[in-house]
Design a binder for this molecule. Structure first.
Ligand code: ADP
Length: 401
């Protein structure tokens, strides 16, 4: 019997996740990840439903395009039976700009909007668009069945005080300059999954959700609505990230321009691709390196300490927006789900707010997808595996039906 599968593509800044998901049961038929894009050790791993796992090193410094071509030509197309069962394609798109407020079926004008919004998500929208164009070319019979699911949709109900900057209002009114947030698909999934885990209605859930990956952000959710988030006009604002600086004094830009004769392009490159963990560790953006070397290498320690300190500052300021109503502090993303050290460093600085780790539970990494890491007397602290692909698949099916 033929299956009905949704092909989901989720391009992060350093990774590309892909899945074939059954449109009825939402079980994964095939799932995989390309990691360390633009680094020396780009690799791909994937597994099928019967759990045969395959790993493969791609050429060093592979791009999103290289990765997508490999996935289509060497995995998907080789399984002709699967290829014919794909009924729709769901794409993660980071930024919908001013116009797009929810998921949409892709057509030429939507592609145009995504392209225009690239200025607000330079590391992401262009690769998201590349995926869309490639898939339309490869699967022309599904041309009208490609759906874009936007990270920015989750932030449509931010209060004005959270989304406006202290700049002349005309910039918002005329040019749409505001805080849009990012990682919304992940934070939305985390909110729903946490509600399920703690048996609470989504409409009354209050959490602080920390998505810590190569890109990193914190969102605070009150009664099922996101009321503030650390990323802003672009995914550059907020926490220290893999290669992104996060918050800085804008005067640094003037300094580079006026005193160091740097071009705007170079400054952009510096803040988006050479800063963050890479810039502080002076080694790599791969967090595993800094974590491993934390006790033996001063630069690695510095990077991890600053990453955690910044996170503490966001969590504590968001704590006061929901205070005693808080149901849980949640960690997710490649670092949030795996870094025992970051969770320990972060939570140890939040003890005065009522957060305390159970060392034993925090160390129980990798045994379960979702687990509690707090002590008995603490506000609940959870590690929840994010699943942006399921969120995208559900939205895709909702739209094409
Ligand atoms: P993105 O989707 O933004 O590309 P991910 O959520 O996949 O990123 O997270 C990638 C980050 O997670 C990388 O910095 C990687 O080093 C880090 N990471 C992955 N596994 C671990 C681990 N076991 N310990 C610490 N960091 C990890």
């Amino acid at each position: 019997m033929s299956k009905k599968l949704v092909f989901v593509i989720n391009s992060g800044s350093s990774s590309l996740k892909f899945s074939l998901i059954d449109s009825k049961s939402y079980k994964r038929f095939l799932t995989g990840i390309v990691e360390c894009l633009y680094l020396i050790n780009t690799n791909i791993s994937w597994k099928t439903k019967n759990i045969s796992i395959k790993n493969f090193f791609l050429k060093s410094y592979s791009t999103h395009e290289n990765a997508l071509e490999f996935i289509i030509n060497n995995i998907i197309k080789k399984k002709i039976d699967i290829f014919n069962d794909i009924i729709s394609v769901g794409h993660r798109v980071v930024h919908g700009g001013k116009k797009i407020k929810s998921s949409v079926i892709i057509n030429e004008s939507i592609m145009d909007i995504i392209k225009k919004a690239s200025c607000f998500a330079p590391l992401h929208n262009s690769v998201n668009l590349l995926g869309i164009k490639l898939l339309i070319k490869i699967l022309p019979f599904l041309r009208k069945k490609n759906v874009a699911v936007f990270d920015t949709s989750f932030y449509q109900r931010l209060p004005e005080k959270a989304y406006l900057y202290g700049i002349p209002y005309i910039f918002y009114k005329k040019y749409g300059i505001r805080r849009y947030g990012a990682h919304g698909i992940s934070h939305s999934y985390i909110m729903k999954k946490t509600a399920e885990i703690i048996c609470k209605d989504i409409m009354s859930i209050n959490i602080i959700s920390c998505h810590l990956g190569n890109g990193a952000s914190v969102s605070v959710i009150k009664n099922g609505i996101c009321i503030d988030t650390s990323m802003g006009l672009t995914p550059l604002e907020g926490l220290v990230m893999g290669t992104r600086s996060g918050d800085i004094d804008p005067s640094f830009i003037f300094y580079l321009y006026e005193n160091m004769n740097m071009e705007i392009k170079e400054i952009k490159n510096l803040l988006t691709k050479k800063s963050g963990i890479l810039g502080l560790s002076e080694e790599t953006s791969d967090f595993r390196f800094s974590e491993k070397k934390y006790f033996s290498n001063k630069k690695a320690k510095r990077a991890v300490d600053i990453f955690s300190y910044k996170l503490v500052k966001y969590i504590s300021s968001y704590f006061f927006l929901i205070a005693k109503e808080i149901d849980a502090l949640v960690f997710t993303g490649g670092i949030g789900q795996n870094s025992v050290l970051v969770r320990k460093l972060t939570v140890s600085q939040l003890s005065s707010l009522g957060f305390e780790l159970s060392e034993k539970f925090n160390n129980e990494n990798g045994f379960k997808n979702n687990f509690c890491i707090s002590s008995k007397k603490s506000i609940p602290i959870l590690v929840v595996s994010t699943d942006e692909e399921i969120e995208i698949a559900k939205e895709t099916i909702r739209l094409i039906n």
